[in-house]
Design a protein around this ligand. Structure first.
Ligand SMILES: NC(=O)C1=CN([C@@H]2O[C@H](COP(=O)(O)OP(=O)(O)OC[C@H]3O[C@@H](n4cnc5c(N)ncnc54)[C@H](O)[C@@H]3O)[C@@H](O)[C@H]2O)C=CC1
Ligand SMILES: O=C(O)C(=O)Cc1ccc(O)cc1
Length: 365
């Protein structure tokens, strides 16, 4: 029997989920988006089997409905959904970055016999839109599900049975715990990134050269300030309480930093950085706990053909790469080539291959 999946909101996340659902056997993936251009691109890029106009009609035939919409739009759809003629055993889920308010709506839907299981794949990017969608965007990332208490095990299993095609690691947790933890590691860092960019901009007036010096560290720390503002507006509105908790903690931390600087004590200042480094170095960032990328950094000299030279060596040894980019830490002298691999084993093989054939320095983050 065919499983009908309807994805509403076909941007980066909805589009990527739709692509991975197409890998599931006997599954028909329909898609809807408010934006006509997105619908057109979703068709052209075969993001779904079919793009639909009549969302209510398509929902009535769906076994699983997935929202890939910004979180406030999801809340609005869930309110409307209360009046839709749905299949008796339909499972509704979302992909939103916040879960508290969405799960309150889920409790209302449950009263009407509609099963909603919150979802949040903990991977993505500062890019948005359907063109950025990828089948394996979530591979090895955590995919959090926040079912209501006493949710039917079979419904959770049915949803997991589809989401396993994302190749993500599915974990179940409570919506409030979810919102607290994501405020710490995802939502608050976006505010810090945006604030640093604002700080740079105000410096620009007196020191126009500042932005030209903003390489390496500034670029790494502020990458996420280039994310979709509408999406982050919604997240901040929905996770307001937790963000205020984090903001207070940050203000205390800044007070501590201020007193450390005022202390003029080199040992204390060094210890501030050393203890942060110790914690940061132990984070399971590259072992699959959060965003998994197996990156190898190669310090390359600046001459034409150097990238094809390296990729050529890897190709000769049949080592597949998943991504490649150049980080220009110092534009005029060296670039760092960042090569990403599917797993740690491929990265290790690549390191061996490049070290046998070149003298380029390499490191892993
Ligand atoms: N960008 C990221 O890295 C991640 C985002 N998320 C969550 O996933 C959801 C989608 O985010 P992205 O895909 O990044 O955004 P996006 O901007 O790439 O895609 C959102 C899509 O929803 C459509 N849309 C907006 N309002 C709509 C409505 N009322 N009805 C139907 N379609 C509508 C837009 O036209 C767009 O195609 C958000 O809830 C976000 O919090 C979750 C994990 C990572
Ligand atoms: O680009 C990045 O590093 C992100 O922060 C991606 C991201 C954005 C929102 C989420 O809810 C989860 C992951």
């Amino acid at each position: 029997m065919t499983r009908n999946v309807l994805v509403i909101g076909l941007g980066l996340i909805g589009g990527s989920i739709a692509l991975s659902c197409q890998k599931a056997p006997n599954t028909k993936v329909l898609g809807f988006d408010l934006n006509e251009n997105t619908c057109h691109q979703a068709k052209t890029l075969s993001i779904v089997h079919e793009v639909v106009d009549d969302v209510i009609q398509s929902a009535s035939t769906a076994d699983i409905i997935i929202f890939g919409t910004p979180v406030n739009a999801t809340l609005e759809w869930l309110e409307e959904m209360k009046n839709w003629p749905l299949k008796k055993n339909v499972i509704v889920t979302d992909t939103g970055s916040t879960k508290g308010l969405i799960m309150e709506k889920a409790a209302q839907l449950r009263e009407l016999g509609i099963t909603f299981i919150g979802g949040h794949p903990m991977a993505g990017s500062h890019k948005s839109g359907v063109q950025a969608a990828k089948t394996y965007l979530f591979e090895n990332a955590y995919y959090m599900l926040t079912p209501l208490k006493n949710e039917n095990e079979e419904s959770i299993k049915k949803l997991e049975d589809l989401l396993k095609f994302t190749l993500a690691k599915i974990v179940l947790l409570d919506a409030h715990e979810h919102d607290h933890m994501t405020a710490v590691v995802s939502h608050f860092p976006h505010i810090v990134a945006a604030s640093l960019v604002h700080q740079l901009q105000s410096e620009q007036q007196n020191y126009p050269m500042t932005s030209m010096l903003a390489a390496g560290g500034f670029r790494d720390v502020t990458r996420i300030a280039s994310s979709n503002p509408l999406m982050w507006k919604d997240i901040v509105l929905q996770n307001r309480e937790e963000l205020l908790v984090q903001l207070n903690a940050w203000q205390h931390e800044m007070e501590r930093v201020k007193s450390i600087i005022l202390s003029h004590n080199g040992e204390i200042i060094e210890d501030y950085f050393a203890s942060a480094k110790e914690v940061r170095d132990k984070l399971p960032i590259n072992t699959g706990a959060f965003y998994t990328t197996y990156d190898l950094y190669v310090d390359i000299p600046d001459y034409p053909g150097v990238i094809s030279e390296i990729t050529g060596y890897l190709a000769q040894e049949h080592i597949s790469i998943t991504n490649i980019r150049v980080v220009e830490a110092r534009e005029d002298i060296f670039g760092i080539l960042v090569i990403s691999f599917q797993n740690a084993e491929d990265r290790e093989k690549a390191q061996g291959c490049i070290s046998r054939r070149t003298k380029y320095e390499m490191y892993m983050s």
